[in-house]
Structures are given as structure tokens and as C-alpha cells.
Design a protein around this ligand. Structure first.
Ligand code: SF4
Length: 295
């Protein structure tokens, strides 16, 4: 009996009978059958989609403010995200959750040496970069008023997780590195406003807890070109001071709005098209009046 090979490669329609004749009986590898729209391929698609849905709607139990939420300048969007309301799944959310996470895992694995043996990695790093120490994906929770390390339960803390901090032991300086992915037209490519704000938040807070961040890198992976493009960012002391003031103000605004059950201010702009809370916002739904949806 000839073996059948089925796969669900979307875009290929119908049933193909490629090799099931005695003429091919001597082939070591049969080409087999492949079909697309049948109950088995549907089952596989449903399974994958449900995993994607679960992943993109994953909620955190932490009471801190995520930096990736505070990069937005709209108080209402921050309040929706902070109130753990499930936003709509849109192509931007799915894409950044999936490809962003994939890219981060890949880079983390490369740097921490998961693709090499531990010995090879240590030897490689020691030989090539004897003056450096690498801190990969470490989480920091920092209270915005005391500027001290804090806990998951702190509602005035910001959680940050820089992709990589490189410590130059000789110069006693730290370099901050973050990976990003870019999918669109290369002609319009430049570091995103939110990405630059994220780096400003990181450097502002990390310097307050004892780091000495002197260089900041945003490293973009241009998906359509399969190309890596690094940028170096510079911020002034004034940028850091302004960001600290903004964060303290925004977090207080959120708590006051929640206590008084008032709708936080909207900041409407081009970014609204990517906002997962657009429908709630258009209907003036208060983030403090609706229940957290867990699905
Ligand atoms: S759609 Fe725009 S104004 Fe409304 S919550 Fe989102 S970012 Fe804010």
C-alpha cells in the first residue's frame, strides 16, 4: 500500500494525485497526495488559531504599569490597558505579539548561547568581549515616586524589561539594547516614536536605580528585507527630567480618574488606527465601568 502525504499548505486548492502508481514503486521517497480543505486541516488551523488567540490576549496579574503601555500618549488607552480590558485583536496586535515575541526569543537564545553549548558561549564571550558583562531580559519594577525597586503588587510601579544591558566593566558604563521588528514599506522606515519613548523611559528609570546608561541602541529587523539595522539614540538630561515628570503625572492621573470614575483624556491621532481599544473609545466606554473579560 502506497503511503499518503497530506499537508495543509494554504493557497493550494483541490486534491492532487501526484504519485500513486507502480511506476514510482522504486522511489525511495514518494511524492504522495496532498489536500487542503478537509476536516483534518481545519482541525490543525483551529488548534493553531486558538493558541495564537490565547497568546495575543495573555493578561498579566501584575499591578504595575508596563512600559509598553506608557509609551502611548493617550491617557484613555493607558487606562484601558491598565484595567486589563481585552482589546480587539487586530493585525497590528497579532503581528507584534507573534513576530515581536519570535524575534525576542531568537535574540535571547543567540546571546545567552542556547544555540551553542554553555562552554562555547562563555569561551566566545570571554575571548571576544573580556571587558563586558551581559544582562539579558532582566525585569525591573520601579516605584515612580520613591524611585526604588518595588514589587508586582505596587500600583505606582513601572515594570521594564530591557532586551539587553551590556556592562562595560572598565569604563563603568552601561549600554542599553532593544530589538524591534519592522514589516512595512522600507521607504517609510525610521525608528518609531513609541520605540524611542520606550528607550527614554528605560534610561530615565534605570539611571535612577544606579545604572550609568551612556549608549542606547535600537536594533530593527526589517522583515521584508531580512536585514538588521541598528540606530543609536541620544537623550539629554532635560529629556530624562521631562519623562520622569510625565510618568509621575500620568500615573497619578490614572489613579485619580479611577477613584473618581471619570473618563481619562483621549489623545486622538494617527496612532488610533492601531489602537486595540478603538471601538470602546468611540463609544465612550469607561475603562472603570466594565468588567475584565478573560477570554
Ligand atoms: S482610539 Fe485613540 S483616542 Fe481612543 S483610546 Fe485609542 S489611542 Fe486613545
Amino acid at each position: 500500500m502506497m503511503a499518503h502525504v497530506s499537508h495543509g499548505a494554504h493557497g493550494t486548492r483541490g486534491k492532487h494525485h501526484l504519485a500513486n502508481s507502480d511506476n514510482n514503486a522504486n522511489h525511495a521517497v514518494y511524492r504522495g497526495y496532498f489536500t487542503q480543505n478537509n476536516p483534518d486541516t481545519e482541525f490543525i488551523m483551529q488548534f493553531i488559531q486558538s493558541q495564537i488567540d490565547t497568546f495575543t490576549k495573555k493578561q498579566s496579574s501584575s499591578k504595575n504599569f508596563a512600559t509598553t503601555v506608557l509609551v502611548h500618549t493617550c491617557d484613555l488607552r493607558i487606562a484601558y490597558a491598565k484595567s486589563n480590558i481585552s482589546g480587539e485583536r487586530n493585525e497590528f496586535v497579532t503581528r507584534s505579539a507573534l513576530f515581536g515575541a519570535g524575534m525576542h526569543q531568537l535574540m535571547e537564545s543567540l546571546i545567552s548561547g542556547k544555540f551553542l553549548s554553555t562552554d562555547e558561549t562563555h569561551e566566545y564571550i570571554q575571548q571576544k568581549y573580556p571587558n563586558f558583562e551581559f544582562i539579558v531580559e532582566q525585569k525591573f519594577r520601579i516605584n515612580i515616586n520613591t524611585l526604588q525597586l518595588s514589587s508586582e503588587d505596587d500600583e505606582y510601579a513601572i515594570v521594564l524589561k530591557p532586551d539587553l544591558i551590556i556592562y562595560d566593566k572598565v569604563a563603568n558604563e552601561h549600554y542599553l539594547v532593544d530589538w524591534k521588528t519592522f514589516y512595512g514599506n522600507i521607504k517609510f522606515f525610521k525608528p518609531k516614536f513609541e520605540d524611542r519613548r520606550q528607550m527614554l523611559i528605560y534610561s530615565t528609570l534605570l539611571n535612577k536605580i544606579g545604572f550609568n546608561i551612556t549608549k542606547i541602541f535600537l536594533v530593527y529587523f526589517l522583515v521584508q528585507r531580512m536585514k538588521i539595522v541598528p540606530f543609536i539614540l541620544q537623550f539629554s538630561d532635560k529629556d530624562h527630567e521631562d519623562m520622569l515628570n510625565e510618568l509621575q503625572k500620568r500615573i497619578q492621573v490614572f489613579h485619580t480618574a479611577r477613584q473618581t470614575k471619570t473618563l481619562p483624556l483621549k489623545h486622538v491621532g494617527d496612532w488610533c488606527k492601531r489602537c486595540p481599544f478603538k471601538k470602546l473609545c468611540q463609544n465612550n466606554v469607561s475603562p472603570f465601568e466594565i468588567q475584565f473579560k478573560s477570554d
